[in-house]
Design a protein around this ligand. Structure first.
Ligand SMILES: [Fe+2]
Length: 290
């Protein structure tokens, strides 16, 4: 039996996943028979209300990815079936996990082109918010973009970067990069400013807020700036960083030696989540009145 990690929230929560059956790499069987009629109904509810928002606010790659994976509105995905499509497209697979897993294991999965997806579904009273990622967040938020070869290659580079961050005591800086891109990133697309981060795309409220609201800052992506910026765990973000393209993200993650950045900044306190610097490429300055 493996040890359950702690949840990344400001409030103490105990993780609800069952870690008793997890292997050494924290994977479990999906066991499709576990899903109740209510679980399937919650999936349908979340999918039906989020899909129109994805089409309006998400980068078109996301809707294309959902279609390419044959993800269905009426049924929780069967991971094996998803893997048949996903592996053909980018060489990635999803693996079932009980919930959050320790970061070293998370890095190792990404470096091997495996994305860990929690097996359990949230309850009906948690449609809008929950403290740890469930199947809907992990699958709907993260997996469609793994069909995009450039984004998928960045994810692999991110996993490969994990051990170096560990050895420089800089996992916090690497985690900020993940947070402001993979979870809460925005991107300029031919159809306008759109969201691609999973934390946004799996949240009805933040999908609209991140793109349309006058409240948050939107600042052009800069690797070091992002790695030096603290983030909010339990509220909508005060700042979103905006990519010009996934190539920009891939090159930042793949071509950069993070070691000098860690050595210079790892011991410094981060910028506040709502801070705007003179050197920022400001796209919209927020009003912070929420
Ligand atoms: Fe996530």
């Amino acid at each position: 039996m493996v040890q359950a990690p702690s949840a990344p929230t400001q409030n103490a929560v105990s993780l609800r996943g069952d870690y008793t059956e997890a292997k050494a790499d924290y994977t479990v069987a999906q066991d499709y028979s576990r899903y109740t009629v209510e679980d399937q109904a919650i999936w349908r509810t979340l999918f039906a209300r989020q899909m129109p928002l994805i089409e309006r606010y998400g980068t078109p790659d996301v809707a294309q990815g959902i279609e390419a994976l044959n993800a269905r509105s009426d049924r929780i995905p069967d991971f094996e079936l998803v893997n048949q499509s996903l592996h053909n497209l980018t060489g990635w697979r999803i693996v079932a996990v009980p919930g959050l897993i320790p970061e070293q294991h998370f890095y190792a999965h990404l470096a091997s082109k495996r994305f860990p997806v929690s097996v359990w579904m949230r309850k009906r009273n948690e449609l809008d918010y929950l403290q740890e990622p469930d199947l809907f967040h992990d699958f709907f938020g993260h997996v469609p973009l793994l069909t995009n070869p450039t984004f998928a290659r960045f994810m692999q580079a991110y996993g490969e970067a994990g051990p170096k961050a560990d050895s420089h005591d800089a996992t916090k800086m690497l985690a900020r990069l993940y947070w402001y891109t993979v979870e809460f990133g925005l991107i300029q697309t031919p159809v306008g400013l759109r969201a691609y981060g999973a934390g946004i795309l799996s949240s009805k409220g933040e999908t609209v807020f991140s793109v349309d609201s006058l409240v948050p800052n939107r600042i052009g992506f800069d690797l070091v700036r992002v790695m030096r910026t603290n983030y909010l765990i339990d509220d909508f973000q005060k700042t979103y960083f905006v990519l010009d393209s996934f190539e920009q993200l891939f090159h930042a993650g793949y071509d950069t030696d993070f070691a000098p950045i860690y050595d210079r900044y790892a011991d410094e306190p981060g910028y506040a989540p709502d801070q705007v610097l003179p050197s920022d490429r400001v796209i919209t300055k927020g009003s912070h009145l929420r």
